[in-house]
Design a protein around this ligand. Structure first.
Ligand code: GRF
Length: 200
C-alpha cells in the first residue's frame, strides 16, 4: 500500500493540522504530512509546523499579478510535493476552481456544525457557534466533507454530534466541537489512507 502525501491548508491556529500530524507521526495514520500551505505569513500554524518538522510555505493571491498566476503557482507546488490529498484545516480562502478540478474528490474540509445545518457562505468560526446557541438546538457537532464548487456542499464523509446544555455559551460550544473535530478528522483520514473510505 502506498503512503498518501497530504498537503494541509490553514490560515490561523492550526490545531486540527497539529492533531492530524501527531496521528501521522505516531503511526496511527499511514500517510506523509508533506506540506503546510497558508495564505497568512503570521499564522500560528507555521509555528506548529516548525515544531512538528513539516515543510511549510506562505502562498497568497496577493503575491501574484492575477488569479491565474496564483493558481498555477499553487498547482506547481502541489505537483512538486506529489500531493495526493488536500486537507483544509481552517483555511479562510475559497479554493480556486482549477484546484478543485485537478484534485476532484481529493480535497477535504471540516465544518464546525452538523451539515447541512449551519453551512454556506459566511458560516464559519464563531458565527456558526453563535447561530447554534441562538437556535436553542440540543446538539451540535462537526462534519468532514469533500470540497466541491459550492461552500459546504460536497459529500459528507463523517459526522459526530455533541450535546449542548442550557449553561453552554457559544465559546463552550466551540470548545466541545473542536474536540470532536480533532477526533473525526484523523479517523476519516486514517480510513481514507487505509482504503476503507473510497473517494471516487
Ligand atoms: C475549526 O473550527 C474548523 O471547523 C474550521 O476552522 C477551525 C480551525 O481551527 N474550519 P484550527 O485552526 O484547526 O485550530
Amino acid at each position: 500500500m502506498k503512503k498518501i502525501n497530504i498537503a494541509f491548508f490553514a490560515s490561523h491556529g492550526g490545531s486540527n493540522f497539529q492533531s492530524i500530524v501527531e496521528n501521522i507521526q505516531s503511526g496511527n495514520i499511514y500517510a506523509n504530512a508533506s506540506l503546510l500551505i497558508s495564505n497568512n505569513s503570521d499564522c500560528y500554524a507555521f509555528e506548529r509546523a516548525k515544531s512538528l518538522g513539516v515543510p511549510f510555505k506562505h502562498i497568497s493571491s496577493a503575491q501574484f499579478e492575477d488569479s491565474l498566476e496564483f493558481q498555477n503557482a499553487l498547482l506547481a507546488l502541489l505537483d512538486a510535493y506529489k500531493i495526493d490529498l488536500i486537507v483544509l484545516a481552517g483555511y479562510m480562502r475559497k479554493i480556486p476552481q482549477s484546484i478543485i478540478q485537478k484534485y476532484k474528490n481529493r480535497i477535504l474540509n471540516i465544518h464546525p456544525a452538523l451539515l447541512p445545518k449551519y453551512g454556506g457562505q459566511g458560516m464559519y468560526g464563531m458565527f456558526v457557534h453563535k447561530a447554534v446557541h441562538e437556535s436553542g438546538d440540543a446538539v451540535s457537532g462537526a462534519t468532514v466533507h469533500i470540497v466541491s464548487e459550492e461552500y459546504d456542499e460536497g459529500r459528507i464523509l463523517k459526522q459526530e454530534s455533541v450535546a449542548i446544555d442550557s449553561e453552554d455559551t457559544p465559546e463552550s460550544i466551540a470548545e466541545k466541537v473542536l474536540a470532536i473535530e480533532h477526533k473525526i478528522y484523523s479517523v476519516t483520514i486514517k480510513e481514507i489512507a487505509e482504503g476503507k473510505i473510497k473517494l471516487d
